[in-house]
Design a protein around this ligand. Structure first.
Ligand code: 2BA
Length: 96
C-alpha cells in the first residue's frame, strides 16, 4: 500500500480531482499554502494499493504535465511546477 501526498497548483486542481473521481479514486482535499511564494495551493491525500500508484500518477501528469510556470519573485524568476508528489509506503490502512 502507498500513501500519496500531491501538492497541486490551484489552476489545475479542478481537472485533476474530476479525473480522479471519474476513475473512482478516493481522495481528501486540503487547502495548503506554499512556504516560498506564500500563495495557495491544494494538497491531495490519496491512499492506494501498490497497483494503483501508476494510475494516480498518470492522471495527475496528464492534467498538469508541461504546466511549469515562470513567476517573478524577490529572488528573480522561478519555475513553479504543476504538481509535486510524495509517494510513501503505508504499513496499514484501517477504515472504521
Ligand atoms: P512554494 O513553497 O510556494 O514554492 C513555489 C516555487 O518556488 C517552487 O515550485 C520552486 O520553483 C520555488 N522555490 C521553492 N522553494 C525555493 C527555495 N528555497 N529557493 C528557490 N526557489 C524555491 P515547485 O518546486 O513546483 O513547488 C510548488 C509547491 O509545492 C511549493 O510552493 C510547496 O507548496 C510544494 N513543495 C515543493 N517541494 C516541496 C517539498 N520538498 N516539500 C514540501 N512541499 C513542497
Amino acid at each position: 500500500m502507498k500513501f500519496i501526498i500531491a501538492i497541486i497548483q490551484g489552476e489545475y486542481i479542478n481537472k485533476v480531482i474530476e479525473d480522479l473521481m471519474d476513475n473512482r479514486i478516493r481522495i481528501t482535499k486540503i487547502a495548503s499554502t506554499g512556504g516560498f511564494l506564500k500563495s495557495g495551493n491544494t494538497t491531495l491525500l490519496i491512499g492506494t494499493d501498490d497497483e494503483g500508484v501508476d494510475q494516480v500518477v498518470e492522471i495527475i501528469k496528464r492534467n498538469c504535465k508541461g504546466k511549469k510556470q515562470k513567476i517573478k519573485s524577490e529572488d528573480g524568476e522561478i519555475e513553479v511546477g504543476g504538481a509535486n508528489l510524495f509517494i510513501v509506503p503505508m504499513d496499514e490502512y484501517i477504515r472504521i
